[in-house]
Ligand binder design. Structure first.
Ligand code: HEM
Length: 273
């Protein structure tokens, strides 16, 4: 039986390791956020890139020229993320969506796209382009019904999507999923993931329906497309999060009815509802 002295030594060691890892994590997060703030300020002070020169020369998509699109073949792996699927459909990632290496971690670690769809890992209920996993096990399959709802819900110029549209449609989708799915769950973190995903449609795609139609329905990058973010240092966390919070805080359907916003009594995905 271990002596009380050795138990105390183990306890002290664990406390010390715990404290050290908290300090290291805190310092890393602070470092990343400070670096990001620097890039944000640099972006504010610099000239934007020309809209047709966003992708650097020599990279796939430079000059709007993307490798040829091929839809997934029998046996290909696809996932719940339209962007990763589109990169595989264009051959920027392996076309079969398998054995993708995490180069930054270790050359031997590899994954298939469908591996990221572990439910309530990153993948969650109430997505805007996928039925909940209880109804659609294969999260690589887009839902044309949900996507059409999203694409016809824009109130911006040319029917483009605005942050208010994404809040309204997300709110409706969450309420609907909660009513239909007996195993519905959506933690605070998953709500933030959801609003972050929506915000890529507003930032990187500028909310433009003409580009989002092929991207979401076929998971194809439109000919000539380049990111709508033209800042020389790209999309910083600071800039991105301002859209994420706008979308998330604009979701009113989940607030108590006593505040005058609660409940969904009609299809609030509709414009001007
Ligand atoms: C390594 C980088 C990425 C990973 C691992 C990733 C992973 C995921 C996952 C797991 C989901 C599903 C979440 C859900 O259940 O709704 C998702 C959704 C989504 N992702 Fe990504 N993603 C990445 C990068 C991107 C980028 C760069 C974009 C935009 C250009 C993007 C756009 C989207 C969109 C729009 C959705 C929402 C789909 C929906 O609501 O149904 N993703 N992503």
């Amino acid at each position: 039986m271990p002596s009380s002295d050795s138990l105390a030594a183990v306890a002290v060691l664990r406390l010390a390791v715990g404290l050290l890892s908290t300090l290291v994590n805190g310092a890393t997060t602070t470092g990343v956020l400070l670096w990001d703030l620097g890039l944000f300020i640099y972006n504010l002070l610099s000239k934007n890139l020309p809209a047709n020169r966003v992708v650097p020369e020599g990279q796939p998509g430079a000059g709007g020229l993307w490798p040829q699109y091929q839809p997934p073949q029998e046996g290909s792996s696809r996932c719940s993320c339209p962007a990763l699927n589109a990169l595989a459909n264009h051959g920027v990632l392996p076309r079969d969506g398998r054995n993708i290496s995490f180069q930054q971690l270790n050359q031997t670690v590899s994954f298939d796209l469908s591996d990221i769809d572990v439910h309530n890992g990153i993948e969650h209920d109430a997505s805007l382009t996928r039925e909940d996993s209880i109804f659609q096990k294969d999260q690589g399959k887009p839902s044309p019904k949900l996507i059409e709802r999203l694409l016809t819900g824009g109130t911006g110029p040319n029917g483009d999507l605005t942050p208010a549209d994404l809040s309204r449609i997300s709110g409706y989708r969450r309420t609907e999923a909660k009513q239909q799915n007996p195993q519905f769950s959506l933690s605070f973190n998953h709500k933030m993931f959801g609003s972050s995903n929506s915000s890529t449609l507003l930032t990187i795609f500028g909310g433009r329906i003409d580009d989002l139609r092929p991207f979401l329905l076929e998971e194809r990058i439109p000919d000539g497309w380049q990111s709508r973010i033209t800042h020389p240092m790209g999309l910083t966390i600071a800039e991105f999060n301002s859209t994420v919070f706008k979308v998330e805080l604009g979701i009113k359907e989940e607030l108590p009815a006593s505040l005058g916003f609660g409940g969904v009594h009609e299809d609030q995905t509709k414009k001007h509802a």
